[in-house]
Design a protein. Structure first.
Length: 276
């Protein structure tokens, strides 16, 4: 399975998404970065080397770290270079690493005599994807991804959002789908598969599956409530099955769980059934 950072890099290679990230977060929604004016910059020469020692501190391996993604916007007078670094885990050395990448890029420009480097009044913009305000300022697939991340730990809100936006979610490009599923994968592990190329794809359609799962849960809760009411009236398993036109064996788990836990709500009965 592809790593999350590789998926994020593939996502931001889409120029409309790369531009949207900067327009929404840096320029307060103003469409100043134009996808059609962006050119991806080769980052193979922008790397730093880390020395990683083994547990006995005897041998060390040199690991090269490459900048994730850089793009250039050429205007009539101004040339803007934009860099994007994804970080999935806390790393307090990341700002230093990013500064080193920038310094290497300035050095490369100087060697190639591209332009006279102008060092900025240095500012880094750190974005925490789970806590971005004004998500509606995003105009690309990023808006859908960020909303799903916002509701990641709120199952009902997540399902409601997907249900209301399912049509637009199906239009997301494949890289956007991959990132969304990877970031939500603790809820959808069985829906993420590897194909022969080692890329993540949807086993069915992961986004749609969350929506379908919500419908299935709603149906089950309705059935639990219906059986609860009939049990309270003293009806037997056979009678209930006949009245709701179901096979006894199909409703037996629900019937048994309600009988064993008569004081639990339908939601708690559902959770107990899921745990078994």
């Amino acid at each position: 399975m592809a790593k999350t950072d590789e998926l994020m890099k593939n996502l931001f290679k889409h120029k409309e998404i790369f531009a949207d990230l900067f327009n929404a977060t840096i320029f307060n929604g103003q469409q100043l970065i134009k996808p059609e004016k962006l050119t991806e910059i080769n980052t193979e020469n922008i790397h730093i080397e880390d020395s990683i020692q083994d547990k006995d501190n005897i041998n060390s391996n040199i690991t090269k770290r490459y900048r994730d993604l850089c793009m250039r916007q050429n205007d009539s007078i101004l040339q803007i270079i934009l860099g994007c670094e994804d970080q999935s885990e806390v790393d307090y050395s990341m700002p230093i690493r990013t500064m080193l990448y920038d310094s290497l890029k300035y050095t490369e420009q100087q060697k190639n005599l591209e332009l006279k480097s102008i060092i900025p009044n240095y500012k880094m913009n750190l974005l925490w994807a789970y806590n971005i305000k004004d998500i509606d300022k995003f105009k690309s697939d990023l808006q859908y991804i960020l909303y799903m991340l916002k509701y990641k730990e709120e199952k009902e809100n997540l399902k409601e959002y997907i249900s209301e936006n399912n049509h637009n979610l199906q239009k997301m490009n494949q890289d956007s789908h991959n990132v969304a599923v990877a970031l939500l994968n603790h809820k959808l592990p069985e829906l993420i598969e590897d194909d022969k190329k080692g890329e993540i794809r949807m086993g069915k359609n992961a986004i749609e599956a969350i929506h379908d799962d919500g419908i299935a849960e709603g149906d089950t809760l309705h059935r639990i409530l219906l059986i609860m009411k009939k049990i309270q009236k003293g009806k037997t398993l056979a009678t209930i099955a006949d009245e709701i036109e179901e096979e006894e064996k199909d409703i037996l788990p629900i019937y048994t769980m309600i009988k064993d836990h008569p004081n639990e709500s339908k939601e708690e009965i559902y959770k107990l059934l899921q745990a078994n």
